[in-house]
Design a protein around this ligand. Structure first.
Ligand SMILES: [Zn+2]
Ligand SMILES: [Zn+2]
Length: 402
């Protein structure tokens, strides 16, 4: 019954949702700076009759939470969208190109907000038919991991009580490697954990022409980088998945100076918590061993950043059934494991959650460029499918869990 209504209303708001995305795209804001974005969302939610609207997380004006049917008996579900853009200069030439120099919605979070607003609008119009409560979570700073300030928005919101009284949570990521309108999801482990680390290697600076008077930390650092890959190739069980990548090496100041120290920074990814636990031990042992051989000293700073995204088996089964009903069996796929990470996993550590990919790739429209590229763009035809999936799943979950 609700399904038909949701379809019709979602269709009716198709253009409005596209326009919302274009507005967000024009005015991108990076992590913990989503002030205007928050203001816009908040005013729409007020207009549409949402209650208990809470604005701001971590003492900022970024992020907004709102409830539908807050006093109603029955189950409750939260729907989440992330809000932040990236420090990337856009290279698209679309009418809604970013008006903010050097900042761009290059991951599609503009579409996540537009889709969730669309779903909010739909659910607000059928709220009397819903046998439970819906909470909307517009979360700042999903991409926080790429900055030096490690404040994942999801973790901050949870600390401030965003999941209190909530039974389950659902969220999506628009996904350019997947064809427009297709859905990919995976019960259980879905997206990998993401940690970051820095190894500082200390030697003794000196003249490049007199290495005998110096202790060269660059040589130790390059040896360390080479040996680092033996962790994956020789130590971790080949049947497991693990990645170690070096992303940054800072060393030296001039061609003829041996520097005092070198900084090597990288990331690790895995689905296995035991491997994640052991990573700092293995990295430190190799750094110490190399440094002992080459008269240097190593320090490791290891940050456990994002846990693996683990979809609740039951909830995901329920989502797959709903999605098949909405877009057709042949358009719902079981995703392979994905090596990028998502801070939605913090929510899933606390309550059952399902996170899925919504395809937006269409080579004819140039929307198949990779996420985080300056030419990333979203096929707007995917948006109304997203609206219908989020609103439809929320309605089904509330109806089915009495
Ligand atoms: Zn991203
Ligand atoms: Zn993203």
């Amino acid at each position: 019954m609700n399904g038909e209504k949701i379809k019709v209303i979602s269709e009716a708001f198709r253009d409005e949702v596209v326009e919302l995305r274009h507005q967000f795209h024009k005015h991108p804001e990076t992590a913990w700076k989503e002030v205007e974005t928050t203001r816009k969302i908040e005013s729409l939610l007020r207009e549409w009759g949402f209650e208990h609207i809470r604005r701001g997380v971590r003492g900022t004006s970024c992020g907004v939470v709102a409830d539908l049917n807050p006093g109603r008996e029955g189950p409750s579900i939260a729907l989440r969208a992330d809000m932040d853009a990236l420090a990337i200069k856009e290279e698209n030439s679309v009418p809604y190109v970013s008006e903010c120099e050097g900042v761009m919605h290059a991951c599609g979070h503009d579409s996540h907000m537009a889709i969730l607003l669309g779903a909010a609008r739909v659910l607000s119009l059928i709220k009397d038919d819903l046998p439970g409560r819906v909470r909307l979570i517009f979360q700042p700073a999903e991409e926080g991991g790429s900055t030096s300030e490690n404040y994942p928005g999801a973790e901050c919101m949870i600390r401030e009580g965003v999941l209190e009284g909530i039974d389950a949570i659902a969220g999506l990521h628009i996904w350019s490697p997947l064809e427009t309108g297709l859905v990919a999801v995976r019960p259980g482990a879905f997206m990998s954990a993401c940690d970051s680390w820095t190894v500082r290697i200390y030697g003794k600076g000196g003249h490049g022409a007199m290495p005998q008077d110096a202790i060269d930390p660059t040589l130790a650092a390059t040896t360390f980088v080479n040996l680092l890959q033996t962790i994956v190739s020789r130590e971790v069980d080949p049947k497991e998945i693990a990645i170690l990548s070096v992303g940054k090496i800072i060393t030296g100041s001039a061609f003829n100076i041996i520097p005092d120290s070198v900084e090597v920074t990288g990331t690790t990814r895995t689905f296995n918590p035991a491997i994640q636990d052991n990573m700092p031990v293995m990295i430190k042992r190799i750094a110490d061993g190399v440094c002992a051989a080459l008269r240097c000293r190593a320090e490791l700073e290891y940050t456990r950043f994002v846990p693996p995204t683990i979809n609740d088996e039951e909830l995901t089964k329920q989502f797959i059934e709903t999605a098949k009903g909405i877009i057709g069996e042949e358009r719902v796929q079981i995703s392979p494991l994905i090596m990028v990470s998502e801070d939605f996993s913090y929510f899933q550590e606390k309550i059952p959650g399902v996170f899925f990919f919504l395809g937006c790739g269409n080579p004819a429209k140039g929307t198949d460029n990779p996420h985080h590229s300056p030419r990333f763009n979203v096929d707007d035809d995917a948006l109304s499918t997203g609206v219908e999936l989020l609103a439809g799943f929320a309605a089904e979950f509330l109806a089915g869990k009495r």
